[in-house]
Ligand binder design. Structure first.
Ligand SMILES: [Zn+2]
Ligand SMILES: [Zn+2]
Length: 348
């Protein structure tokens, strides 16, 4: 394997990706880490077409673009602009709105910025990602569990409106890995004199929009996202009744008895709501909510490794799978992936 190593800071980034050719070469090495082979005939004897960066031609004269069949299929936007976009999505601490994205990249149309962001978001779910669990091997941690609960998002509406059209709140199931330990908050603070205490922190997270908070949705979400045998903590909602019998170690937390039940879950979802309200002014259309959740989850799970995240965005974008098109987004026929839509290698 010959994966390129990502730039570590903005200076390295600008140096590495100043031309479309440099970006194309990088994408080639992410997409064909063992070296190029023609997708049409399989032969490896091929060379770049000088006049068009990102195009290869094999000895049988098949011309293939590095973006063909990927999230960037038939893009007219220069690769260097896409790389800047991927960098912003991966490293921007709190995510970025279409409007400031448009300004930063100097795009003339807001629709272009909006579609670009959705194309990148469409690539942010890793089809091979592993499930959450409570089996962390860190010997300094004393306890682990996964907190699972539903939250409601959006839907500020008048009473009359709600009576007339029903609630427009979206229901989202959220799972959060929790690590608990006794000692200093940060490992590198071990020499400080402040006393030891119990701490918890969030590990990885998963989120899914569901039609309603029922047993089937809750169990499917768990099956897809949390390893069996893990310790799972939920509130006393009836939809979680079968969690124990079906193979997870289940513990109910009752709000009346616990001062702050599912506290880590609460911290994560408060951040999510703040981000949706702040960056997107709460104006997320319900049919696109899953895409925003995918973006939040992606960044959250890589919050300590923004430059690795950048590589990951590009590697996921370079996978062969259907691209998000403006038409489909606009007509709402595009379904945002989560967690295993019908795409991927070998049609799996
Ligand atoms: Zn060929
Ligand atoms: Zn741990």
């Amino acid at each position: 394997m010959n994966y390129p190593s990502p730039p570590q800071n903005i200076i390295e980034f600008s140096r590495a990706f100043s031309t479309d050719k440099a970006c194309a070469d990088y994408l080639f090495s992410l997409r064909w880490p063992r070296g190029y082979s023609c997708p049409k005939c399989g032969i490896t004897k091929a060379g770049p077409i000088r006049a068009t960066p990102g195009m290869m031609e094999c000895e049988n004269h098949h011309k293939i673009s590095v973006t063909a069949g990927t999230a960037l299929h038939r893009t007219k936007i220069p690769l260097s602009v896409w790389f800047h976009a991927a960098w912003l999505v991966a490293t921007h601490k709190s995510g970025i709105s279409a409007l400031s994205f448009q300004k930063q990249l100097g795009l003339t149309r807001l629709e272009t910025a909006w579609t670009m962001l959705h194309k990148l978001r469409g690539g942010l779910v890793d089809p091979d990602r592993s499930k959450l669990n409570s089996f962390c091997g860190d010997p300094t941690h004393s306890e682990h569990w996964v907190e699972v609960d539903q939250i409601e998002i959006g839907g500020v509406q008048s009473r009359a409106d709600r009576d007339a059209r029903g609630s427009n709140k979206a229901i989202v199931l959220v799972a959060v890995e929790v690590h608990k330990w006794h000692g200093q908050m940060h490992r590198d603070a071990s020499k400080s004199r402040s006393g030891d205490a119990w701490h918890t922190k969030a590990g990885r997270i998963r989120m899914r929009v569901v039609a309603s908070h029922n047993t089937m949705d809750a169990l499917t979400f768990l099956r897809d996202n949390v390893e069996k045998g893990s310790n799972v903590m939920t509130d006393a909602h009836g939809s979680f009744n079968l969690v124990g019998p079906l193979g997870w170690q289940h513990e109910f937390v009752v709000a009346k008895r616990e001062a702050d039940p599912l506290a880590t879950h609460g911290r994560v979802t408060t951040n999510l709501k703040r981000w949706l309200m702040g960056t997107h002014k709460g104006s997320v259309q319900p049919q696109h909510l899953q895409a925003y959740l995918n973006e939040f989850v992606f960044r959250f799970n890589r919050r300590d490794l923004p430059w690795i995240a950048f590589n990951r965005v590009l590697a996921l974008v370079a996978l062969e799978r259907p691209a998000v098109e403006y038409e489909a987004l606009y007509k709402h026929t595009w379904i945002h992936p989560n967690p295993r839509p019908n795409w991927g290698r070998n049609g799996q």
